[in-house]
Ligand binder design. Structure first.
Ligand SMILES: *Cc1c(COP(=O)(O)O)cnc(C)c1O
Length: 435
């Protein structure tokens, strides 16, 4: 007899359980139309799995929310820079925000034509990186200091290439997020205080190969209080009016990235969240007649990825329970680095029985954990777990600590699963070394 089909969407439209959960017939977690247990059996663990449908849905949500204004979405490459992800994003016709020459190379690898929609951010651009960006014909340089402006001017003059510039201002607005990913206060290294920015514009306007084109702002990451965006953009809008009064041709406002996602349980309705974000961003810009640039990273790819890991051992120390899994902080650093919360679920969910347990990796560091004192369904050694919402700042922060190869990455599109980064071998790891 066929069981009633029952599904529970964990992260729609990407990840859902199929089948009724019972001891004999566990509900099974899918990515789109592909069973995660099958992908893990085929490609091994730890394994990153991404959903094409989720990334497309998020790109569409941005397009919908900002359709009332001329704008270009520049996906922030540092959130997830795997070529397969960049190719998918590029195929939607959007641009990119890069923070290094290496990231620009990655973008050019998937699409030469995307260069005209690239913005280059970051506090420490080198002359070589500027040269690459100038030769590639990028859209905009976000300048973060007077010294950087001088170097860009000299580099552009030497190459006889014009550079469109925006000054990234530091609006002194609190992003109300984790201190490591908050960037918009004067105590942070990012941006230029607004009064000083005015001087940089005057300086830039006198350089033969620099073209003053915009104002940029980025106040941090994982921001859930949209009021912070509004406050920052009100200050930016005032600056734009002042700069225009001084005769500068400001065409772009780059509002940065930073929109947060829900890491806890049922996803709030993203459409609602992005509508609130769009309102906060667009309100202060009313009447300014500008081209808006946005640099979202996490909100595009964060919920689109899971990290699959198998339980190696169960262990109890004086009554405290541990699940030792085959993924570690070298695969996913966010819990160790930020104390970040990631929901963890069994890929096969049969029992309703739960326990309080720590989920930890094999690395020799007490900081190597994914969850502490977490209530989880009872699982056995050999069972497969999915760590959710790891599409952003997951694989990109991977390392070889403890001589562990970096995890493989797979992208799912409907019923197809494709490897976009193979598992790193020991030979890959040792290739650069001599003894
Ligand atoms: C990191 C970063 C982003 C992306 O931030 P998200 O929180 O991932 O949206 C955008 N712009 C700049 C300048 C950044 O440094």
């Amino acid at each position: 007899m066929k069981r009633a089909r029952e599904s529970q969407a964990l992260r729609p439209p990407a990840f859902e359980y199929q089948g009724a959960a019972s001891e004999a017939h566990p509900a099974e977690l899918y990515c789109e139309a592909v069973a995660l247990e099958g992908i893990a059996a085929r490609h091994g663990t730890p394994l990153y799995v991404y959903s094409t449908a989720m990334i497309r849905a998020r790109l569409n949500a941005f397009a919908q929310a900002f359709r009332s204004i001329p704008y270009t979405l520049c996906y922030s490459v540092k959130a997830n820079s795997t070529l397969g992800i960049l190719r998918l994003v590029a195929s939607a016709g959007v641009g990119f925000d890069v923070v290094s020459g290496g990231e620009l190379h990655r973008v050019l690898r998937v699409s030469r034509k995307a260069a005209s929609k690239v913005v280059f951010s970051g506090v420490g651009k080198t002359a070589a990186e500027m040269e690459l960006a100038l030769r590639s014909g990028i859209l905009l340089f976000n300048i973060e200091s007077a010294s950087e402006l001088q170097l860009l001017s000299a580099t552009a003059t030497r190459l006889k290439k014009r550079a469109a510039v925006a000054v990234r201002v530091n609006p002194d607005v609190s992003a109300k997020t984790h201190p490591y990913i908050s960037t918009g206060l004067h105590q942070h290294k990012f941006g230029v205080p607004i009064p000083e920015a005015q001087k940089l514009y005057a300086l830039a306007a006198n350089q033969p190969y620099l073209e003053v084109a915009g104002v940029s702002v980025h106040i941090g990451s994982q921001i859930t209080d949209v009021g912070s965006f509004q406050e920052a953009l009100e200050r930016v809008a005032d600056l734009v009016r002042a700069l225009r009064d001084q005769g500068h041709d400001i065409r772009y406002i780059d509002a940065g990235g930073g929109l947060g996602i829900s890491y806890e349980g049922a996803q709030g309705d993203f459409e609602k969240q992005i509508a609130a974000y769009a309102k906060a961003v667009l309100g202060p810009l009313r009447g300014l007649s500008l081209h808006l640039l946005l640099e979202p990273g996490r909100s595009i790819v964060g919920s689109a990825g899971v990290l699959l890991t198998r339980v190696l051992y169960r262990k109890t120390n004086n009554g405290k329970r541990f699940l030792i899994v085959d993924a570690a902080m070298n695969d996913l650093l966010r819990p160790s680095l930020y104390g970040a919360y990631h929901e963890i679920v069994p890929v096969n969910r049969g029992t309703r029985e739960t326990e309080i347990i720590d989920v930890v990796g094999p690395i020799c560091e007490t900081g190597d954990f994914f969850a502490r004192d977490r209530k989880l369904p009872l699982v056995r050694e050999g069972d497969l777990l999915a760590i959710l919402d790891v599409g952003a700042y997951g694989s990109v922060l991977g390392s070889n600590y403890n001589t562990r190869g970096r995890a493989a990455e797979v992208i799912v599109n409907g019923a197809r699963a494709k490897v976009i980064r193979r598992r790193e071998s020991l030979r890959d790891q040792l290739r650069m070394e001599e003894s």
